[in-house]
Design a protein around this ligand. Structure first.
Ligand code: F6R
Length: 609
């Protein structure tokens, strides 16, 4: 949700800002803008992508070694040139960029208007920069004005600000929206995440809520917005630049789909204890006893991460025998949940910054629950705020549609399940059997992805339709939800995922010869049931595409197209079955000419509620 970047140092800032914005563009791409200081303050901004901004920039008029840049996901005000960031005060001497939502902007705006301030945009951000100006005119110190303004604000922000009055300085602050500070050699880069920093330095500081940084060319200070100096720990960025580049693929999404054999391997690396037929998760060591004795697990997440949670529910209940509830974080946080002290709450999040998941996690902590995270981004807010957790180690995920993060989350959930099951009720022989299945998984993923061409060939079946239905049962019901989500978000085809048997209670009315129905039908103990569901669809002329287990020839007489995946332990089958669905949505979107990596209206990291 909006990407922000700022640079102070000896180099020309503009190329660094543009490059940083391109790295952060997955966070939002409604408009982009930069502000540079070079005696004067110059602001350039444009609706559309960073490339649209670039096409109107004349670098020779935008020189300066201090600057800020922004890529927007619109919240307040339509995505046009005027509402693009940076925003400035009415004298054009201060420029500010913002990621987040200022909830009390209307009240502040009214007060400022009564003081003679005029506003030119519909954004909440303009209110903040005008408020800084208001205080600056009264106290004469930019730092005090910045802090005072932030203290008035209710809501979330990651901000960066510069001013003509202090030509070599950037102010940055965070509350609820992520902000990282890259510490280079005589230069600093502030950004929404480390992907815009890693090219310049691996040393990074993650600001906490209500913390700010003052960056000059030769020094930096971190403090709270209440003016208490905080000495932040410098951390090392854990990924390499190659990981955030497309590496020869047409799209990040495709690259990330094909990375899955490796990312799944990484999620398991060092965690399988073959000797004791169990799993070792170092990040959970401090809560092992609590986990063993847990009465209930509550899983929180949004979107694809919520789907992973649903698979986790089936895994943990059926294999480890622990009651599990899975909740949309956005619902959980506002519904006064009943929680017990011996509940374990697991927040699942790729970014570790999703506003609703973070708020739901805090709600669970307030109730005294033990909180765990399954998070991909190292050092992110959710990772830092949970009592314990397991990183999913998928590496940076740039494509807006989540793919490798999902299968890594499932892998971690399967590891947690085995660990808990072995502590509670599973014998060593069953443990060894499951570990073997886990060990074989990356190769099976590789094998499944090698059939991408076959999936590509059937994409036309869906590309020309307006609707599609995805049906699955048991472990693979959430896979149906995920397949439908992938299709709708990148190809804009309306798709619904349903438990296959539930189809008879409504969606069956939609089925006719124009309706493609994707069945996830592995050869498990409910296979016969799903075959019956397939027949029900066929009887109504529905067009069936089946994801089936290799060797299942019976299904060929029922489905128009069959995509085979190798057999595995049933609780791992979602990891294989989702792969053709990821590919299907990718190829359908391509055929429809959609922007796969930057689907309309979406942003990768949803840091507003
Ligand atoms: C869908 C997708 C989203 C995210 C959701 C949660 O492809 O990517 O539905 O899964 O926004 O994001 P995280 O996992 O970062 O909390």
């Amino acid at each position: 949700m909006c990407g922000i970047v700022g640079y102070v140092g000896p180099k020309e800032a503009l190329p660094i800002l543009i490059n940083g914005l391109k790295r952060l563009e997955y966070r939002g791409y409604d408009s982009a803008g930069v502000a540079l200081l070079n005696g004067e303050l110059t602001i350039k901004k444009k609706a559309g992508k960073v490339s649209d901004l670039e096409s109107v920039l004349r670098p020779e008029t935008l020189q300066g070694t201090v600057g800020i840049g922004h890529t927007r996901w619109a919240t307040h005000g339509e995505p046009n040139d005027t509402n693009a960031h940076p925003h400035s005060d009415q004298r054009g001497e201060i420029a500010l960029i913002h990621n987040g939502v200022i909830e009390n902007y209307a009240a502040i705006k009214k007060t400022l208007e009564s003081e003679g301030y005029t506003f030119h945009t519909q954004t909440d951000t303009e209110v903040l920069v005008q408020l800084v100006r208001f205080f600056y005119d009264r106290v004469g110190s930019m730092e005090t004005a910045f802090r005072q303004a932030l203290k008035q604000v209710v809501g979330t922000y990651g901000v960066a600000m510069l001013s003509k009055m202090e030509p070599g300085r950037i102010y940055a602050a965070r509350n609820g929206s992520p902000l990282a500070l890259g510490i280079g050699d005589g230069e600093y880069v502030v950004a929404s995440d480390a992907s815009a920093i890693v090219q310049h330095t691996r040393q990074v500081i993650y600001l906490g809520d209500r913390e700010m940084a003052i960056l000059d060319r030769d020094r930096y200070v971190t403090k709270t917005i209440d003016d208490e100096v905080v000495n932040k720990q410098i951390e090392e960025i854990t990924f390499d630049i190659e990981q955030i580049e497309r590496g020869g693929y047409d799209h990040f999404m495709l690259k990330e789909i094909f990375e899955q054999p490796e990312t799944i391997r990484n999620a398991m690396r060092g965690r399988l204890n073959l000797e004791e037929s169990t799993v070792r998760l170092g990040g959970l060591r401090t809560v092992t006893n609590k986990l063993r004795d847990a009465r209930r697990i509550i899983i929180l997440g949004c979107g694809t991460s919520w789907h992973a949670g649903l698979v986790g529910e089936y895994m943990l209940e059926q294999i480890a025998g622990i009651p599990v509830e899975v909740e949309y974080a956005s619902e959980f946080r506002y519904r006064d949940p009943i929680l017990y002290k011996d509940d374990i709450v697991i927040a699942i999040s790729q970014s570790g910054e999703t506003a609703d998941t973070l708020a739901a996690l805090r709600e669970a902590k307030r109730h005294g629950a033990t909180t765990l995270g399954i998070v991909n981004v190292v050092g992110s807010s959710i990772a830092r705020e949970t009592d314990a957790g397991v990183y999913s180690h998928a590496g940076p995920e740039i494509g807006v549609a989540s793919t490798k993060a999902f299968t890594s989350q499932l892998t971690v959930l399967s590891l947690m399940t085995v660990m808990l099951a072995r502590m509670r009720r599973m014998g060593a022989a069953e443990g060894a059997h499951i570990l073997k299945a886990l060990t074989e998984l990356p190769e099976k993923v590789e094998y499944t992805l090698a059939r991408a061409e076959q999936v590509q060939k059937i994409a036309h079946e869906i590309a020309s339709t307006q609707n599609a239905l995805y049906l699955g049962r048991g472990y693979n019901f959430p896979v149906a939800l995920e397949g439908a989500l992938k299709l709708k978000e990148i190809s804009y085809i309306h798709a619904e995922g349903y438990p296959a048997a539930e189809m008879k209670h409504g969606p069956i009315a939609l089925i006719d010869a124009n309706m493609p129905v994707v069945f996830i039908a592995p050869k498990d103990d409910i296979y016969d049931k799903i075959v019956t569901n397939i027949q029900e669809v066929r009887a109504r002329s529905g067009r069936v595409i089946a994801i089936a287990t290799e060797g299942d020839t019976r299904i060929e007489s029922l489905a128009e197209h069959v995509i085979y995946v190798p057999e595995t332990h049933p609780f791992l089958s979602p990891i294989l079955n989702v792969l053709p669905l990821q590919l299907l949505s990718y190829y359908v979107a391509l055929q429809r000419g959609c922007n796969v990596d930057q689907p309309r209206n979406l942003a990768k990291s949803v840091t507003v509620e």
